[in-house]
Design a protein around this ligand. Sequence first.
Ligand SMILES: [Zn+2]
Length: 377
Amino acid sequence: MDHAVELIDHHCHQVVNRDLGHDAFANMISESFADAAPGTSHWDKPVGLSIRRWCAPVLDLPKFASPADYVDRRLELGAAEVNRRFLRRSGIARYIVDSGNRPGELCSVDELAALAGAPSHEVIRMESVAEQVVRDGTDAAGYAAAFEAALEGSLTANVVGLKTVIAYRSTLAIDTSPPSAAEIEAAAGAFLRRYDATGKARVVEAALERHILWRGAELARARGMPVQFHIGLGDPDVTLHACDPSHLTQFFRDVESWNVPMTLLHCYPFVREAGMLAENFRHVYFDVGFIQNWSGPSYVRMMEDALETAPFTKQLFSTDAFGLSELYYLGALRFRDSLSRVLGDWIARDECPMDEAARIVGLIGGANARRIYPGLG
Ligand SMILES: [Zn+2]
């Protein structure tokens, strides 16, 4: 696949733009919150091997450099130089960034754009807005209006979408009908009591998540922007079997006539479910971001699964890179290479003409995202 295809990374985060020591780097390639099991290393998994194979040469090291040599070289070059190298060599033309995950540890969206030398847009994580409303001070009766005003206020000029992490919180296995005012008030009361007791603002109440879901969809409809959904894999806060996107089927039926694009992020291991939802509902899209990085040498199979049934017009490119600039570079490399290999195989078997394959690459690489996200220039 040639570098001329415009790659729009429709779901990623920002980078850590300060030096990372050996333990800090190893912990960034783990979804676990803990150090590796005694006597083992977080490097010992497919993504660790991939970083040593593909990223070490970008830092002028031999391929398969040891983890210790890799982190030493990273420290020698300094974070800014490392980040510039990986971001600029990724070939990603545009970044759409969920800026709401651990923002204190990462650079800003504008800093990412400067390091990458590419425009970067923002997606608002709606749970973060709800949590800020509680930190800023509200009561249960005033919560709904305060959240709605704050959500609207968050849509600055560079914002191109909304995101929900409902999968992490109430899970997707809930009744997704619109909540009543009384349900919202009661749930806000529970949220506020928990905040007072623990000092931690973390929204988990199903009624508040339903409120986020419906108000988010309404606002996205008014502004002509997509809503993103975290789906499937994640850190230990995810209860995986309750993050199957088919739990959202009734919600998708309820809002289909609104024509709000709903993008299902990463989806693994529910790639087939996501692909069929994208087939069944005209407003549903999906990607296999993150897992192509995480699966290392098995990345081609992830793309085969994604291309198994879903319309070519419904798949999007994403890296879901978080913190490490290696993951943008590697994600783009895996995406390009897997698409070339799968479509190359279709061409060889006379299942797909060459020009059609080029069109499919263009759609998934960037044209589908350009069609559904506003203001991409
Ligand atoms: Zn993600």
